[in-house]
Design a protein around this ligand. Sequence first.
Ligand SMILES: [Zn+2]
Length: 297
Amino acid sequence: MEPGENPNAYLIEQIRAGSQAAWKELIDSYSGRLLAFARARTSSLADAEDLVQETFIGFLQSATHFDPTRSLETYLFTILRYKLYDLLRSKKMKMVSEPADSEDWWDRIVPGTEETPSGIAVQAEATGEQAKLLSEVLRELIHDMRDRQAFTDLQVIELLFFGGRRNIEIGELLEIDQKAVAGIKFRAIQKLQKFLANRDVSDLSCLDESQADITVARVWREQRLTCLKRSTLGSLSLGVLDEPWKSYTQFHLDVVACPMCVANLADIDDEEEERTDADTERMFQSSVGFLKKSTMN
Ligand SMILES: [Zn+2]
């Protein structure tokens, strides 16, 4: 199961039908990683917990818009990020734990209105077909690079499209020539165009010179094409992940600094401390009223 895929379609169906048990299960599964994400970005634990509670409520309020073929985890992180931005704006605060070198692209980019939960749903409908095709060919490209163990190529395009880095930064991070970066990008786009042509797609507008960067980056981030499986992060945490995957996993966490995978790993590392049932219960009690409302819509 890839992180971009959603194993929770059935769970969401039950939640929409008003099942409290299903709602509790969702909170139990996701509160740890959401809390880890929020705690890294707020000054107090109370603020972080409030944000996660609001995220769950926000999910219920928008549950009718949620497309269950999309990743539930990514959707929840997106709502949380939006709530976080609201909180910081209302307090006129800056990110508390802003990484010194602003490694974290999610903290560098202000969420747009299109990233509100209902905005996402509308956008998904408008570009669904094209985005689906593009994610297919991107997966093909990524698998091809992994199979050939062309890790430098993969790291370059991951930093470019997922990490939002410029050529010059990538050159410095990977200690390669800027021209080599540009060459890898050029060949990657060519390959994507070839993959699309193989599928008899004649309209390549999503890979137009002017559009490619934005479109590819959006699809890559939405689908989290190179994000790590929870089981892979678990293996890393236990110290049983073999090379070259260990280095590649570490790259996604340390160099790309993917905020969602970093939060997942923190959650896994914390699991031994065990969150109390009281935490889950509190999140449940604060949001369960919205469960009834959302199912009446
Ligand atoms: Zn990730």
